[in-house]
Ligand binder design. Structure first.
Ligand code: HXC
Length: 517
Protein backbone atom coordinates (compact mmCIF):
# COMPACT_ATOMS: atom_id res chain seq x y z
CA UNK A 1 0.00 0.00 0.00
CA UNK A 2 1.49 3.39 -0.95
CA UNK A 3 1.71 6.21 1.56
CA UNK A 4 -0.06 9.48 0.65
CA UNK A 5 2.46 11.88 -0.84
CA UNK A 6 3.26 15.18 0.83
CA UNK A 7 1.85 16.91 -2.27
CA UNK A 8 -1.47 15.09 -1.85
CA UNK A 9 -1.64 15.93 1.82
CA UNK A 10 -0.92 19.60 1.13
CA UNK A 11 -3.51 19.74 -1.66
CA UNK A 12 -6.10 18.16 0.63
CA UNK A 13 -5.34 20.59 3.44
CA UNK A 14 -5.57 23.52 1.04
CA UNK A 15 -8.96 22.36 -0.27
CA UNK A 16 -10.24 21.76 3.24
CA UNK A 17 -9.08 25.21 4.36
CA UNK A 18 -10.88 26.77 1.43
CA UNK A 19 -14.11 24.93 2.29
CA UNK A 20 -13.85 25.85 5.96
CA UNK A 21 -13.45 29.55 5.16
CA UNK A 22 -16.77 29.59 3.33
CA UNK A 23 -17.36 32.93 1.64
CA UNK A 24 -14.45 34.59 3.45
CA UNK A 25 -14.01 36.73 6.52
CA UNK A 26 -15.93 39.78 5.22
CA UNK A 27 -19.04 37.80 4.42
CA UNK A 28 -18.80 35.92 7.70
CA UNK A 29 -18.64 39.27 9.52
CA UNK A 30 -21.65 40.49 7.56
CA UNK A 31 -23.53 37.34 8.58
CA UNK A 32 -22.68 37.96 12.25
CA UNK A 33 -23.70 41.63 11.97
CA UNK A 34 -27.16 40.45 10.92
CA UNK A 35 -27.30 38.42 14.16
CA UNK A 36 -26.91 35.17 12.20
CA UNK A 37 -24.44 32.36 12.81
CA UNK A 38 -22.55 30.67 10.00
CA UNK A 39 -23.50 27.28 8.58
CA UNK A 40 -20.74 25.52 10.51
CA UNK A 41 -21.38 27.37 13.76
CA UNK A 42 -24.99 26.25 13.57
CA UNK A 43 -24.01 22.62 13.03
CA UNK A 44 -21.64 22.78 16.00
CA UNK A 45 -24.44 24.10 18.19
CA UNK A 46 -27.16 21.69 17.22
CA UNK A 47 -25.14 18.46 17.32
CA UNK A 48 -23.43 16.73 20.22
CA UNK A 49 -19.91 18.09 20.54
CA UNK A 50 -17.46 16.61 18.05
CA UNK A 51 -20.02 14.26 16.51
CA UNK A 52 -20.29 15.85 13.06
CA UNK A 53 -19.02 13.82 10.10
CA UNK A 54 -19.05 15.75 6.86
CA UNK A 55 -19.78 14.47 3.36
CA UNK A 56 -18.68 16.14 0.13
CA UNK A 57 -16.63 18.86 1.75
CA UNK A 58 -14.56 19.05 -1.41
CA UNK A 59 -17.44 18.81 -3.87
CA UNK A 60 -17.59 21.57 -6.43
CA UNK A 61 -20.32 22.59 -8.79
CA UNK A 62 -20.71 24.46 -12.03
CA UNK A 63 -21.55 27.65 -10.20
CA UNK A 64 -22.09 29.84 -13.22
CA UNK A 65 -23.64 30.13 -16.63
CA UNK A 66 -22.65 27.61 -19.33
CA UNK A 67 -19.15 28.48 -20.51
CA UNK A 68 -18.58 30.66 -17.45
CA UNK A 69 -18.53 27.93 -14.83
CA UNK A 70 -17.10 28.99 -11.52
CA UNK A 71 -16.80 26.82 -8.46
CA UNK A 72 -17.48 27.86 -4.89
CA UNK A 73 -16.33 26.42 -1.55
CA UNK A 74 -18.60 23.50 -0.66
CA UNK A 75 -21.03 24.91 -3.24
CA UNK A 76 -22.81 26.83 -0.47
CA UNK A 77 -23.90 24.00 1.78
CA UNK A 78 -22.37 21.90 4.54
CA UNK A 79 -23.82 18.38 4.78
CA UNK A 80 -23.30 15.23 6.80
CA UNK A 81 -24.45 13.46 9.93
CA UNK A 82 -23.93 13.63 13.67
CA UNK A 83 -25.63 12.95 16.98
CA UNK A 84 -28.30 14.60 19.09
CA UNK A 85 -28.14 13.20 22.62
CA UNK A 86 -26.43 10.11 21.25
CA UNK A 87 -28.90 9.46 18.41
CA UNK A 88 -27.91 9.78 14.75
CA UNK A 89 -29.39 12.61 12.64
CA UNK A 90 -28.60 13.77 9.11
CA UNK A 91 -28.15 17.45 8.53
CA UNK A 92 -27.49 20.08 5.90
CA UNK A 93 -26.74 23.71 6.62
CA UNK A 94 -26.82 26.27 3.83
CA UNK A 95 -23.92 28.73 3.82
CA UNK A 96 -25.23 32.20 3.00
CA UNK A 97 -21.64 33.52 2.81
CA UNK A 98 -21.09 31.42 -0.34
CA UNK A 99 -23.08 32.88 -3.24
CA UNK A 100 -25.96 33.61 -0.88
CA UNK A 101 -26.44 29.93 -0.01
CA UNK A 102 -28.18 29.69 -3.37
CA UNK A 103 -29.08 26.22 -4.57
CA UNK A 104 -27.43 24.80 -7.66
CA UNK A 105 -26.81 21.32 -8.96
CA UNK A 106 -23.91 20.28 -6.69
CA UNK A 107 -25.53 21.94 -3.68
CA UNK A 108 -28.68 19.91 -4.27
CA UNK A 109 -26.71 16.70 -4.79
CA UNK A 110 -25.11 17.16 -1.38
CA UNK A 111 -28.51 17.63 0.27
CA UNK A 112 -29.98 14.72 -1.68
CA UNK A 113 -27.16 12.46 -0.54
CA UNK A 114 -27.82 13.06 3.16
CA UNK A 115 -31.56 12.65 2.62
CA UNK A 116 -31.02 9.31 0.88
CA UNK A 117 -28.76 8.09 3.68
CA UNK A 118 -31.26 9.26 6.32
CA UNK A 119 -34.09 7.26 4.75
CA UNK A 120 -31.90 4.19 4.25
CA UNK A 121 -30.65 4.07 7.84
CA UNK A 122 -33.82 5.49 9.42
CA UNK A 123 -32.65 8.75 11.03
CA UNK A 124 -34.23 12.23 11.12
CA UNK A 125 -33.29 14.89 8.57
CA UNK A 126 -32.63 18.44 9.75
CA UNK A 127 -32.31 21.24 7.19
CA UNK A 128 -30.86 24.59 8.22
CA UNK A 129 -32.08 26.91 5.46
CA UNK A 130 -30.38 30.22 4.72
CA UNK A 131 -30.51 30.76 1.00
CA UNK A 132 -31.36 33.14 -1.80
CA UNK A 133 -33.19 30.26 -3.52
CA UNK A 134 -32.47 28.80 -6.93
CA UNK A 135 -28.99 29.83 -8.13
CA UNK A 136 -29.85 32.20 -10.92
CA UNK A 137 -26.67 31.55 -12.93
CA UNK A 138 -27.40 27.83 -13.15
CA UNK A 139 -30.77 28.41 -14.78
CA UNK A 140 -32.90 25.34 -15.32
CA UNK A 141 -30.29 23.14 -13.62
CA UNK A 142 -31.10 24.98 -10.39
CA UNK A 143 -34.80 24.33 -10.85
CA UNK A 144 -34.12 20.67 -11.56
CA UNK A 145 -32.02 20.61 -8.42
CA UNK A 146 -34.96 21.78 -6.31
CA UNK A 147 -37.18 19.14 -7.90
CA UNK A 148 -34.80 16.42 -6.69
CA UNK A 149 -35.16 17.67 -3.12
CA UNK A 150 -38.96 17.96 -3.30
CA UNK A 151 -39.10 14.39 -4.56
CA UNK A 152 -37.05 13.20 -1.59
CA UNK A 153 -39.09 15.27 0.90
CA UNK A 154 -42.22 13.44 -0.18
CA UNK A 155 -40.64 10.01 -0.19
CA UNK A 156 -39.15 10.59 3.27
CA UNK A 157 -42.49 11.83 4.65
CA UNK A 158 -43.81 9.41 7.25
CA UNK A 159 -40.56 7.40 7.09
CA UNK A 160 -38.17 9.65 9.05
CA UNK A 161 -38.99 12.92 10.86
CA UNK A 162 -38.02 15.96 8.75
CA UNK A 163 -37.31 19.27 10.44
CA UNK A 164 -36.65 22.61 8.76
CA UNK A 165 -35.07 25.64 10.38
CA UNK A 166 -35.49 28.87 8.46
CA UNK A 167 -32.50 30.94 9.49
CA UNK A 168 -32.36 33.54 6.72
CA UNK A 169 -34.24 34.24 3.54
CA UNK A 170 -36.28 31.47 2.00
CA UNK A 171 -37.86 32.62 -1.21
CA UNK A 172 -39.56 31.28 -4.30
CA UNK A 173 -40.05 27.57 -4.75
CA UNK A 174 -37.52 27.09 -1.96
CA UNK A 175 -40.29 27.44 0.60
CA UNK A 176 -41.96 24.29 -0.66
CA UNK A 177 -39.28 21.97 0.63
CA UNK A 178 -39.69 23.20 4.23
CA UNK A 179 -43.48 23.21 3.72
CA UNK A 180 -43.39 19.48 3.04
CA UNK A 181 -41.31 18.70 6.13
CA UNK A 182 -42.93 17.89 9.46
CA UNK A 183 -41.90 20.87 11.58
CA UNK A 184 -40.66 24.33 10.61
CA UNK A 185 -38.72 26.56 12.99
CA UNK A 186 -38.09 30.26 12.27
CA UNK A 187 -35.81 32.91 13.77
CA UNK A 188 -37.39 36.27 14.56
CA UNK A 189 -36.17 39.28 12.54
CA UNK A 190 -33.63 37.35 10.47
CA UNK A 191 -35.71 34.77 8.63
CA UNK A 192 -38.60 34.99 6.22
CA UNK A 193 -40.51 32.77 3.85
CA UNK A 194 -42.52 33.79 0.80
CA UNK A 195 -43.34 32.51 -2.64
CA UNK A 196 -42.81 35.96 -4.14
CA UNK A 197 -40.83 38.66 -2.31
CA UNK A 198 -41.65 42.33 -1.66
CA UNK A 199 -40.23 43.46 -5.04
CA UNK A 200 -42.59 41.24 -6.98
CA UNK A 201 -45.50 42.27 -4.73
CA UNK A 202 -44.71 45.93 -5.49
CA UNK A 203 -44.56 45.30 -9.24
CA UNK A 204 -47.60 43.07 -9.55
CA UNK A 205 -50.08 44.40 -7.02
CA UNK A 206 -48.51 47.82 -6.29
CA UNK A 207 -48.28 47.26 -2.58
CA UNK A 208 -45.31 48.25 -0.42
CA UNK A 209 -44.57 45.66 2.21
CA UNK A 210 -41.41 44.69 4.08
CA UNK A 211 -39.98 41.16 4.07
CA UNK A 212 -40.92 40.74 7.72
CA UNK A 213 -44.49 41.89 7.21
CA UNK A 214 -44.84 39.62 4.19
CA UNK A 215 -43.28 36.46 5.55
CA UNK A 216 -41.52 36.95 8.89
CA UNK A 217 -41.61 34.59 11.84
CA UNK A 218 -44.58 36.33 13.44
CA UNK A 219 -46.65 36.11 10.27
CA UNK A 220 -46.00 32.41 9.82
CA UNK A 221 -46.43 31.34 13.44
CA UNK A 222 -49.55 33.44 14.11
CA UNK A 223 -51.40 34.04 10.84
CA UNK A 224 -50.54 31.55 8.13
CA UNK A 225 -49.67 28.53 10.29
CA UNK A 226 -46.79 27.73 7.92
CA UNK A 227 -44.23 27.60 10.76
CA UNK A 228 -44.53 25.75 14.05
CA UNK A 229 -42.03 27.57 16.24
CA UNK A 230 -40.16 30.88 16.34
CA UNK A 231 -37.27 32.00 18.51
CA UNK A 232 -35.43 35.27 19.07
CA UNK A 233 -32.08 33.96 17.81
CA UNK A 234 -30.24 31.05 16.18
CA UNK A 235 -28.99 29.62 19.47
CA UNK A 236 -32.43 29.28 21.08
CA UNK A 237 -33.86 27.94 17.85
CA UNK A 238 -31.28 25.17 17.54
CA UNK A 239 -31.60 24.25 21.20
CA UNK A 240 -35.33 23.73 20.73
CA UNK A 241 -34.79 21.44 17.74
CA UNK A 242 -32.72 19.19 20.02
CA UNK A 243 -35.60 19.16 22.48
CA UNK A 244 -38.12 18.19 19.79
CA UNK A 245 -35.89 15.38 18.48
CA UNK A 246 -35.84 13.91 21.99
CA UNK A 247 -39.59 13.30 21.85
CA UNK A 248 -39.48 11.53 18.49
CA UNK A 249 -38.54 8.08 17.25
CA UNK A 250 -35.79 8.04 14.62
CA UNK A 251 -38.09 6.46 12.04
CA UNK A 252 -41.52 4.93 11.48
CA UNK A 253 -40.34 1.44 12.47
CA UNK A 254 -39.34 2.50 15.97
CA UNK A 255 -41.08 3.79 19.06
CA UNK A 256 -40.07 7.10 20.61
CA UNK A 257 -37.26 6.86 23.18
CA UNK A 258 -38.38 6.10 26.73
CA UNK A 259 -37.33 8.75 29.25
CA UNK A 260 -37.92 8.35 32.96
CA UNK A 261 -38.45 11.75 34.58
CA UNK A 262 -38.97 10.15 38.03
CA UNK A 263 -42.56 11.35 38.19
CA UNK A 264 -44.66 8.72 40.01
CA UNK A 265 -47.17 6.96 37.77
CA UNK A 266 -49.80 7.06 40.52
CA UNK A 267 -49.35 10.74 41.36
CA UNK A 268 -52.81 12.26 41.91
CA UNK A 269 -53.73 15.94 41.73
CA UNK A 270 -56.72 16.81 43.97
CA UNK A 271 -56.75 20.37 42.58
CA UNK A 272 -58.08 18.95 39.30
CA UNK A 273 -61.36 18.12 41.04
CA UNK A 274 -61.96 21.89 41.16
CA UNK A 275 -60.63 22.82 37.70
CA UNK A 276 -63.94 22.94 35.84
CA UNK A 277 -66.07 25.93 36.93
CA UNK A 278 -69.65 25.26 38.00
CA UNK A 279 -70.95 27.82 35.55
CA UNK A 280 -70.81 26.13 32.11
CA UNK A 281 -70.22 29.51 30.47
CA UNK A 282 -67.04 30.17 32.43
CA UNK A 283 -63.71 29.29 30.90
CA UNK A 284 -60.54 27.87 32.42
CA UNK A 285 -57.07 27.21 31.06
CA UNK A 286 -56.62 23.70 29.64
CA UNK A 287 -52.86 24.10 30.12
CA UNK A 288 -53.40 23.56 33.86
CA UNK A 289 -54.73 20.09 33.19
CA UNK A 290 -52.10 19.31 30.58
CA UNK A 291 -49.16 20.25 32.82
CA UNK A 292 -50.68 18.40 35.75
CA UNK A 293 -51.03 15.16 33.79
CA UNK A 294 -47.67 15.01 32.05
CA UNK A 295 -44.40 13.69 33.46
CA UNK A 296 -42.48 16.50 35.13
CA UNK A 297 -45.11 18.99 33.83
CA UNK A 298 -43.05 19.10 30.60
CA UNK A 299 -44.97 19.91 27.44
CA UNK A 300 -43.63 20.90 24.03
CA UNK A 301 -46.46 22.79 22.37
CA UNK A 302 -46.61 22.90 18.57
CA UNK A 303 -47.93 26.07 16.86
CA UNK A 304 -48.67 27.67 20.22
CA UNK A 305 -49.56 31.02 18.61
CA UNK A 306 -51.72 29.72 15.77
CA UNK A 307 -55.35 28.57 16.21
CA UNK A 308 -54.98 28.84 19.95
CA UNK A 309 -58.45 27.35 20.42
CA UNK A 310 -56.84 23.94 20.01
CA UNK A 311 -53.65 22.82 21.73
CA UNK A 312 -51.30 20.27 20.17
CA UNK A 313 -47.97 19.08 21.46
CA UNK A 314 -45.72 16.40 22.85
CA UNK A 315 -45.28 15.27 26.41
CA UNK A 316 -44.57 12.05 28.27
CA UNK A 317 -46.76 9.78 30.38
CA UNK A 318 -44.93 7.16 32.39
CA UNK A 319 -41.82 7.88 30.32
CA UNK A 320 -43.53 7.29 26.96
CA UNK A 321 -43.93 10.09 24.39
CA UNK A 322 -47.55 10.97 23.68
CA UNK A 323 -49.13 13.42 21.25
CA UNK A 324 -51.74 15.55 22.94
CA UNK A 325 -54.70 17.27 21.27
CA UNK A 326 -56.88 19.42 23.54
CA UNK A 327 -59.58 22.02 23.10
CA UNK A 328 -58.75 25.29 24.85
CA UNK A 329 -61.90 26.71 26.51
CA UNK A 330 -60.00 29.90 27.31
CA UNK A 331 -59.82 30.83 23.58
CA UNK A 332 -63.06 31.18 21.57
CA UNK A 333 -64.62 28.85 24.18
CA UNK A 334 -62.64 26.02 22.54
CA UNK A 335 -64.70 25.88 19.32
CA UNK A 336 -63.26 24.10 16.32
CA UNK A 337 -62.70 26.36 13.33
CA UNK A 338 -60.92 25.76 10.03
CA UNK A 339 -57.46 26.64 11.30
CA UNK A 340 -57.83 24.51 14.41
CA UNK A 341 -58.92 21.55 12.29
CA UNK A 342 -55.97 21.82 9.92
CA UNK A 343 -53.48 22.30 12.72
CA UNK A 344 -54.69 19.31 14.73
CA UNK A 345 -55.20 17.06 11.70
CA UNK A 346 -51.61 17.42 10.58
CA UNK A 347 -50.37 16.81 14.11
CA UNK A 348 -52.52 13.68 14.48
CA UNK A 349 -51.18 12.34 11.18
CA UNK A 350 -47.58 12.96 12.27
CA UNK A 351 -48.15 11.08 15.53
CA UNK A 352 -49.84 8.22 13.73
CA UNK A 353 -47.04 7.94 11.17
CA UNK A 354 -44.43 7.77 13.93
CA UNK A 355 -46.09 5.42 16.44
CA UNK A 356 -46.85 8.12 18.99
CA UNK A 357 -50.04 7.40 21.02
CA UNK A 358 -52.68 10.11 20.97
CA UNK A 359 -54.37 11.60 24.02
CA UNK A 360 -57.35 13.85 23.41
CA UNK A 361 -58.73 16.20 26.10
CA UNK A 362 -62.20 17.40 25.15
CA UNK A 363 -64.07 20.55 26.08
CA UNK A 364 -65.71 21.66 22.85
CA UNK A 365 -69.01 23.50 22.39
CA UNK A 366 -69.10 22.75 18.64
CA UNK A 367 -67.82 23.99 15.31
CA UNK A 368 -67.50 27.74 14.77
CA UNK A 369 -70.74 29.00 13.19
CA UNK A 370 -71.13 31.80 10.63
CA UNK A 371 -70.63 32.71 6.99
CA UNK A 372 -66.93 33.42 7.35
CA UNK A 373 -66.18 29.86 8.41
CA UNK A 374 -68.75 28.26 6.10
CA UNK A 375 -67.53 30.18 3.07
CA UNK A 376 -63.95 29.45 4.05
CA UNK A 377 -64.72 25.76 3.86
CA UNK A 378 -65.11 24.61 7.45
CA UNK A 379 -66.83 21.50 6.13
CA UNK A 380 -63.73 20.61 4.14
CA UNK A 381 -61.30 21.64 6.88
CA UNK A 382 -63.24 20.07 9.73
CA UNK A 383 -63.35 16.84 7.75
CA UNK A 384 -59.53 16.77 7.82
CA UNK A 385 -59.51 16.32 11.57
CA UNK A 386 -62.26 13.72 11.43
CA UNK A 387 -60.38 11.84 8.73
CA UNK A 388 -57.06 12.04 10.59
CA UNK A 389 -58.44 10.60 13.83
CA UNK A 390 -60.38 7.84 12.07
CA UNK A 391 -57.33 6.85 10.04
CA UNK A 392 -54.96 6.75 13.04
CA UNK A 393 -54.03 3.25 14.22
CA UNK A 394 -51.86 4.25 17.18
CA UNK A 395 -53.37 3.94 20.69
CA UNK A 396 -56.07 6.64 20.95
CA UNK A 397 -57.44 7.71 24.32
CA UNK A 398 -59.99 10.45 25.00
CA UNK A 399 -60.96 12.21 28.21
CA UNK A 400 -64.12 14.32 28.08
CA UNK A 401 -63.51 17.06 30.60
CA UNK A 402 -66.61 19.17 30.07
CA UNK A 403 -68.47 20.01 26.86
CA UNK A 404 -68.71 17.49 24.04
CA UNK A 405 -71.46 18.66 21.75
CA UNK A 406 -72.73 17.49 18.40
CA UNK A 407 -70.37 16.90 15.51
CA UNK A 408 -67.42 18.27 17.46
CA UNK A 409 -67.95 15.52 20.08
CA UNK A 410 -67.75 12.93 17.33
CA UNK A 411 -64.71 14.48 15.67
CA UNK A 412 -62.68 14.78 18.87
CA UNK A 413 -61.61 11.14 18.89
CA UNK A 414 -64.92 9.75 20.14
CA UNK A 415 -65.76 6.10 20.69
CA UNK A 416 -67.91 6.21 17.57
CA UNK A 417 -64.86 6.83 15.38
CA UNK A 418 -63.10 4.03 17.21
CA UNK A 419 -60.88 5.59 19.81
CA UNK A 420 -59.63 2.80 22.05
CA UNK A 421 -60.74 4.14 25.41
CA UNK A 422 -63.00 7.08 26.22
CA UNK A 423 -63.09 8.40 29.78
CA UNK A 424 -65.30 11.21 31.06
CA UNK A 425 -65.07 13.40 34.11
CA UNK A 426 -68.27 13.76 36.18
CA UNK A 427 -68.47 17.32 34.77
CA UNK A 428 -68.81 16.00 31.20
CA UNK A 429 -71.69 17.35 29.12
CA UNK A 430 -72.32 15.04 26.17
CA UNK A 431 -75.30 16.00 24.03
CA UNK A 432 -76.43 16.96 20.56
CA UNK A 433 -76.82 20.63 21.47
CA UNK A 434 -76.30 22.89 24.50
CA UNK A 435 -79.29 23.46 26.82
CA UNK A 436 -80.44 26.78 25.33
CA UNK A 437 -80.14 25.79 21.67
CA UNK A 438 -81.80 22.41 22.24
CA UNK A 439 -84.66 23.80 24.35
CA UNK A 440 -85.38 26.56 21.86
CA UNK A 441 -85.83 23.91 19.19
CA UNK A 442 -87.77 21.20 20.96
CA UNK A 443 -89.99 23.47 23.12
CA UNK A 444 -90.42 26.17 20.49
CA UNK A 445 -94.23 25.98 20.29
CA UNK A 446 -94.66 25.92 24.08
CA UNK A 447 -92.31 28.88 24.55
CA UNK A 448 -94.09 30.85 21.83
CA UNK A 449 -97.52 30.32 23.37
CA UNK A 450 -96.40 31.14 26.93
CA UNK A 451 -97.16 34.43 28.74
CA UNK A 452 -93.62 34.31 30.16
CA UNK A 453 -91.41 32.74 27.49
CA UNK A 454 -88.15 33.33 29.40
CA UNK A 455 -89.44 31.49 32.49
CA UNK A 456 -90.59 28.52 30.41
CA UNK A 457 -87.30 28.44 28.53
CA UNK A 458 -85.31 28.45 31.78
CA UNK A 459 -87.47 25.67 33.21
CA UNK A 460 -87.10 23.55 30.11
CA UNK A 461 -83.36 24.21 30.01
CA UNK A 462 -83.02 22.96 33.59
CA UNK A 463 -84.95 19.83 32.69
CA UNK A 464 -82.87 19.31 29.58
CA UNK A 465 -79.65 19.68 31.57
CA UNK A 466 -80.80 17.14 34.13
CA UNK A 467 -81.94 14.62 31.55
CA UNK A 468 -79.39 14.94 28.80
CA UNK A 469 -76.33 16.91 29.87
CA UNK A 470 -74.24 14.49 31.85
CA UNK A 471 -71.82 11.66 31.11
CA UNK A 472 -74.10 8.92 32.44
CA UNK A 473 -76.35 8.44 29.42
CA UNK A 474 -73.29 7.84 27.25
CA UNK A 475 -71.75 5.61 29.94
CA UNK A 476 -74.94 3.50 30.08
CA UNK A 477 -74.62 2.89 26.36
CA UNK A 478 -70.93 1.96 26.71
CA UNK A 479 -69.82 4.99 24.70
CA UNK A 480 -67.83 6.07 27.76
CA UNK A 481 -65.63 3.34 29.21
CA UNK A 482 -65.61 4.89 32.67
CA UNK A 483 -66.48 8.07 34.50
CA UNK A 484 -63.28 8.90 36.38
CA UNK A 485 -62.30 11.30 39.14
CA UNK A 486 -60.29 14.21 37.74
CA UNK A 487 -57.53 13.69 40.31
CA UNK A 488 -56.89 10.14 39.02
CA UNK A 489 -56.64 11.04 35.33
CA UNK A 490 -52.86 10.71 35.06
CA UNK A 491 -52.80 7.23 36.55
CA UNK A 492 -55.72 6.05 34.42
CA UNK A 493 -54.09 7.34 31.25
CA UNK A 494 -50.77 5.68 32.00
CA UNK A 495 -52.36 2.32 32.82
CA UNK A 496 -54.40 2.54 29.63
CA UNK A 497 -51.31 3.32 27.57
CA UNK A 498 -49.60 0.32 29.12
CA UNK A 499 -52.32 -2.10 28.12
CA UNK A 500 -52.56 -0.60 24.63
CA UNK A 501 -48.82 -0.81 24.04
CA UNK A 502 -49.00 -3.73 21.64
CA UNK A 503 -52.16 -2.62 19.87
CA UNK A 504 -52.32 -3.78 16.28
CA UNK A 505 -54.84 -2.63 13.69
CA UNK A 506 -54.86 -3.54 10.05
CA UNK A 507 -56.49 -1.11 7.66
CA UNK A 508 -57.88 -2.22 4.30
CA UNK A 509 -55.30 -2.69 1.56
CA UNK A 510 -55.16 0.40 -0.69
CA UNK A 511 -52.66 2.71 -2.31
CA UNK A 512 -53.65 5.59 -0.07
CA UNK A 513 -56.83 7.22 1.14
CA UNK A 514 -57.98 10.61 -0.14
CA UNK A 515 -57.93 12.97 2.83
CA UNK A 516 -59.96 16.15 2.09
CA UNK A 517 -57.02 18.56 1.64
C1 HXC B 1 -27.33 33.56 -7.19
C2 HXC B 1 -27.51 34.85 -5.33
C3 HXC B 1 -28.85 34.49 -5.19
C4 HXC B 1 -29.40 33.61 -6.15
C5 HXC B 1 -28.36 35.82 -3.58
N1 HXC B 1 -27.25 35.67 -4.32
N2 HXC B 1 -29.36 35.12 -4.11
N3 HXC B 1 -26.77 34.38 -6.32
N4 HXC B 1 -28.58 33.16 -7.12
N5 HXC B 1 -30.65 33.20 -6.09
C6 HXC B 1 -25.95 36.25 -4.04
C7 HXC B 1 -25.95 37.77 -4.26
O1 HXC B 1 -25.70 38.05 -5.61
C8 HXC B 1 -24.78 38.20 -3.37
O2 HXC B 1 -23.58 37.91 -4.02
C9 HXC B 1 -24.90 37.22 -2.21
O3 HXC B 1 -25.66 36.11 -2.68
C10 HXC B 1 -25.59 37.82 -1.02
O4 HXC B 1 -26.79 38.39 -1.48
P1 HXC B 1 -27.24 39.87 -1.09
O5 HXC B 1 -28.30 40.26 -2.04
O6 HXC B 1 -26.03 40.76 -0.98
O7 HXC B 1 -27.79 39.66 0.37
P2 HXC B 1 -29.03 40.33 1.07
O8 HXC B 1 -29.01 41.79 0.86
O9 HXC B 1 -29.04 39.83 2.47
O10 HXC B 1 -30.30 39.78 0.30
C11 HXC B 1 -30.60 38.42 0.33
C12 HXC B 1 -31.73 38.09 -0.69
C13 HXC B 1 -31.40 38.65 -2.07
C14 HXC B 1 -33.05 38.71 -0.16
C15 HXC B 1 -31.90 36.57 -0.69
O11 HXC B 1 -30.09 38.24 -2.40
C16 HXC B 1 -32.32 38.15 -3.12
O12 HXC B 1 -33.42 38.68 -3.28
N6 HXC B 1 -31.87 37.13 -3.88
C17 HXC B 1 -32.67 36.60 -4.95
C18 HXC B 1 -33.84 35.81 -4.43
C19 HXC B 1 -34.56 35.10 -5.51
O13 HXC B 1 -35.36 35.71 -6.22
N7 HXC B 1 -34.22 33.84 -5.71
C20 HXC B 1 -34.82 33.02 -6.71
C21 HXC B 1 -36.17 32.57 -6.18
S1 HXC B 1 -36.94 31.56 -7.33
P3 HXC B 1 -22.29 38.86 -3.84
O14 HXC B 1 -21.27 38.23 -4.70
O15 HXC B 1 -22.72 40.20 -4.27
O16 HXC B 1 -21.98 38.80 -2.37
C22 HXC B 1 -36.60 30.06 -6.81
C23 HXC B 1 -37.16 29.04 -7.69
C24 HXC B 1 -37.18 27.74 -7.03
O17 HXC B 1 -35.97 29.83 -5.85
C25 HXC B 1 -37.93 26.83 -7.90
C26 HXC B 1 -38.32 25.61 -7.22
C27 HXC B 1 -39.51 25.02 -7.92
Amino acid sequence: MSEPTQDNISALEEMRDEALKGGGIKRVEAQHRKGKLTARERIDLILDEGSFEEFDMLKKGRGGAPGKEKSYPGDGVVAGHGMIDGREVFIFSQDFTVIGGSLGEAHSQKISKVMDHAVRVGSPIIGLNDSGGARIQEGVDALAAYGEIFHRNVNASGVVPQISCIMGPCAGGAVYSPAMTDFTFMVENSSYMFVTGPNVVRTVIHQDISSGELGGAQVHTEKSGVAHFSFPNDILCLREVRKLINYLPSNNRQKAPFLDLSDPVDRTDPALDYLVPENPNMSYDMNILIRSLLDGAEFLEIQSNFAKNIICGFGRLGGQTIGLVANQPAVLAGVIDSNASGKAARFVRFCDAFNIPLICLVDVPGFMPGPEQEHGGIIRHGAKLLYAFVEATVPRITVIVRKAYGGAYLVMNSKHIHCDINYAWPSAEIAVLGARGASEVIYRKEIKKSQDPEAILNKRMDQYRETYINPFLAAKRGYIDDVIFPRDTRYRLIRTLQFLENKEVTNPDRKHGNIPL
